[in-house]
Structure formats: C-alpha cells, structure tokens
Design a protein around this ligand. Sequence first.
Ligand SMILES: [Zn+2]
Length: 91
Amino acid sequence: MGRICYFCEEKDRVSYFSYFCDECATLRRLLLINSPKKCIDILRRTLTRDDQQLDFKVQQEIKSILCKDIRQKKNKDNEDSSYLTRSKNKI
Ligand SMILES: [Zn+2]
C-alpha cells in the first residue's frame, strides 16, 4: 500500500525512496544507455509482433548491433595500421 511501482503499477517498489520495482528499475537503466529516440525506434520495430516474430526480430537487432560494432572496430584498426604505415614511410 503506497509502495506500488510508478511505472507498471503492479509490483512493490524496491525501497521506500525508489519510484520503481526491480524490473522497471532495470528497464530504466537499460533505456538510459541509448538515446530516447533510438530506444523508441527499436521498441516500435520490435514490440509490435507476436512472440515468434519478436524472438526473430530481437536476434536480428542483436546481430545488426554486433556487426556494426565489429565494422567500427575494423575501421578503427585499419586507421591505426594505416597511421603506422605512414609513420614508417616518413622515417
Ligand atoms: Zn514496475
């Protein structure tokens, strides 16, 4: 009584001074990692599906994020190695 989560309005808050239950607090922390616009885009694209479509879409999103990270790392590595190559040529 009086300790219900302000977001889901179902579960008890983590503590008297917290606004959210444990799950909603975790959700909030995860959403804070990215910009609100990016989170809204991802949630709109993923949560408007049935469970099977949702699982497939989540896997697809994870793969695209991982591939993007790998591409960025490869590009950074290439820039670093090209810098080393140029510096060798100067010497
Ligand atoms: Zn909650």
